[in-house]
Design a protein around this ligand. Sequence first.
Ligand code: FES
Length: 332
Amino acid sequence: MSIDITTNPASATASTLTLLIRQIRYEATGINSYELVDPQGGDLPAFTAGAHLDIHIKPGLIRQYSLCNDPTDRKRYVIAVLKAESGSGGSKALHETLRVQDMVKVSVPRNHFPLKPDAEKIVLLAGGIGITPLKAMIHTLDKASLDYQLHYCARDASCAAFTDTFADHTKVHVHYDNGDPAQGLDIAALLAAPDDGTHVYFCGPPGFMQACLQATQGWPAGTVHCEYFKAPVAECTDKAQTSETDGSFKVKIASTGQQIGVPADKSLIEALSEAGIELETSCVSGLCGTCKIRYLEGEVDHQDYILSPDEQSEYLTACVSRAKSELLVLDL
Ligand code: FES
């Protein structure tokens, strides 16, 4: 394994690893898992359940995939990828490009979807390929003997990955809707009345996420946790319309006093780049947190899908965040 260390103004260090693809396994229709190991057989950097990797599929194409194996296994990283025929092409390219014995560049694991330590009871909901981060969580929860249930929703058995792992698991419930949501899990009923101390985690496609978000509207603050793997387009549009400015704003670099204009048709990250300030990016969709930077003053129109309300009071994601005030002061 080789480790490259690069630094940038947004984070003190960012590391990449070059790993060997030891195994590619069919998991379900359209879903392969990829086992990545140190070519010399060494331990890999530790991760916690809910973490993801940036995979450098080919030059200029980087995508994020959740780790789904047991975090205590330091010898391998496993991701599972659904080949989407539509979309931006990342998963299709990954399926068609990566082969056993290839070397692949990945980031060190990052976790924006961690298990919270204070939960007394946990409900996990997975829709389709959204099972990946939650599978890592059940490895952790089983070892901790915590009270939890995982509800895994899929179209049918042929589309459901890892069912062999879950076959005799009493805390895992698999639901097939056969293409008719009315036959599937009643998410609203399941989440209608949370017990005290219960936390919920969910990940899945847009319709599934919407159903979970609606069902958890009345849950106490800090108990609802989710991870998107695709930006919900309608929400992006709504959020963009909340800006009180004409769409343009200025940022000030705290360390130098330099002021940079961000026109309505450019992202903050693009404006910073044109001014010579390069930040590391990955998803460029507000999903991964790679471009997270601290701000010191101003009102932010966040538009990301990754930062918690607490984090948003301190950080923004430079790829999608804009300003509601005329000026933001960035801690750069
Ligand atoms: S690059 Fe992923 S959140 Fe900005």
